[in-house]
Ligand binder design. Structure first.
Ligand code: GA4
Length: 329
């Protein structure tokens, strides 16, 4: 039998729009990576929010600007040109559809798999700027891996773990299964001046270990606090926002919180975000670190491989709680 997937209509997107207005999260923990208290500060933020931003991160502004400019060039191509970048679902160029299970959002994106050995190529791009796009991508992704790895080492230190690389080794492994995503949330002219908000990217947690996000100076990102309330994250184009992913929640036996987040756009301004998702090798065993489990503490999750979790995640709907099936009772 043939499965015919119809394109989601604007109606669908409206159906999932957020309704309640939400407060601004003005005190997002800001971690100065060069501060002597960075390790303790990061751990505190991961426990309370599963979310923080980093300053003094050492990533060059010009590299970020180069990639942003190339991304804008890419998204400015005519639709049929961008469609050449459609790869095996859900990779490559996509718009309005998120994942393979019927989730929709008001955005277009480029989703790429990136291994630690940067061998990234975008064969579909014939434009003269394609090679500079590729080189900016490679450089940026390796800067993100380095930043993610530094933060994971600070986390290990802050958790009192002797081996500094117990967490960072996953993203540094040359078989590491990481993704990179460029999201463009176009303005929606008909919405200007109205109070409607569009579902840009519906609520979810990230399945990987750690995600590092940078966006232009536009709002839209919201995170859920422990009590389930949603707060707006004020934009900051000079910092990187970091999410704890499901796998890191498991590795820390639930000490760190995999943060639920979403993007709600107001149609006034284009939002462009670039996100690195640091994932472990497919064969890596994900389970609470034995060093963290004392004599009393029980493991809250059963062990799984990243391949197993990834497969389960890609079969789920965006908003699903994907960890419940792996909890021990
Ligand atoms: C969320 C985090 C990353 O963007 C992503 C997303 C993926 C996709 O867009 O195809 C997923 C989503 C994300 C979680 C559940 C599954 C898979 C869409 C979806 C419904 C690339 C990822 O790894 O998981």
């Amino acid at each position: 039998t043939m499965v015919v997937q119809t394109s989601p209509s604007l109606e669908d997107i409206f159906l999932v729009k957020s309704s309640k207005p939400c407060a601004s999260f003005s005190n997002v923990p800001a971690i100065d990576l060069t501060a002597p208290t960075a390790a303790a500060d990061i751990v505190a933020a991961c426990i309370e929010f599963g979310f923080f931003k980093v300053t003094n991160h050492g990533v060059s502004k010009s590299l970020t600007a180069r990639l942003e400019a190339a991304a804008i060039d890419f998204f400015s191509l005519p639709e049929w040109e961008k469609e050449k970048a459609v790869m095996a679902n859900p990779f490559g160029y996509g718009n309005k559809k998120i994942g393979c299970n019927g989730d929709v959002g008001w955005l277009e994106y480029l989703l790429l798999e990136v291994t630690s050995k940067p061998s990234l190529s975008i064969p579909f791009l014939k434009e003269s700027w394609a090679s500079s796009f590729c080189s900016a991508l490679k450089e940026y992704v390796s800067a993100m891996r380095k930043l993610a790895s530094e933060m994971l080492e600070l986390m290990a230190e802050g958790l009192g773990l002797e081996q500094r690389n117990v967490l960072s080794k996953f993203v540094n492994d040359e078989k590491g299964d990481s993704f990179f995503r460029l999201n463009h949330y176009p303005p929606w002219p008909m919405l200007q001046g109205s109070n409607n908000n569009l579902n840009g990217f519906g609520e979810h947690t990230d399945p990987q270990i750690i995600s590092v996000l940078r966006s232009n100076d536009s709002d839209g990102l919201q995170i859920a606090l422990k009590d389930g309330s949603w707060v707006l994250v004020p934009p900051d184009q000079d910092s990187f926002f970091v999410n704890v992913g499901d796998s890191l929640q498991v590795l820390t036996n639930g000490r760190f919180r995999s943060v639920r987040h979403r993007v709600v756009t107001n149609g006034r301004k284009s939002r462009l975000s670039m996100i690195y998702f640091g994932g472990p090798p497919l064969a890596a065993r994900i389970e609470p670190l034995p060093q963290l489990l004392g004599d009393q503490e029980q493991s809250r999750y059963r062990a799984f491989t990243w391949a197993e979790y990834k497969t389960a995640a890609f079969k789920s709907r965006l908003a699903d709680n994907r960890l419940v099936c792996f909890e021990n009772h």
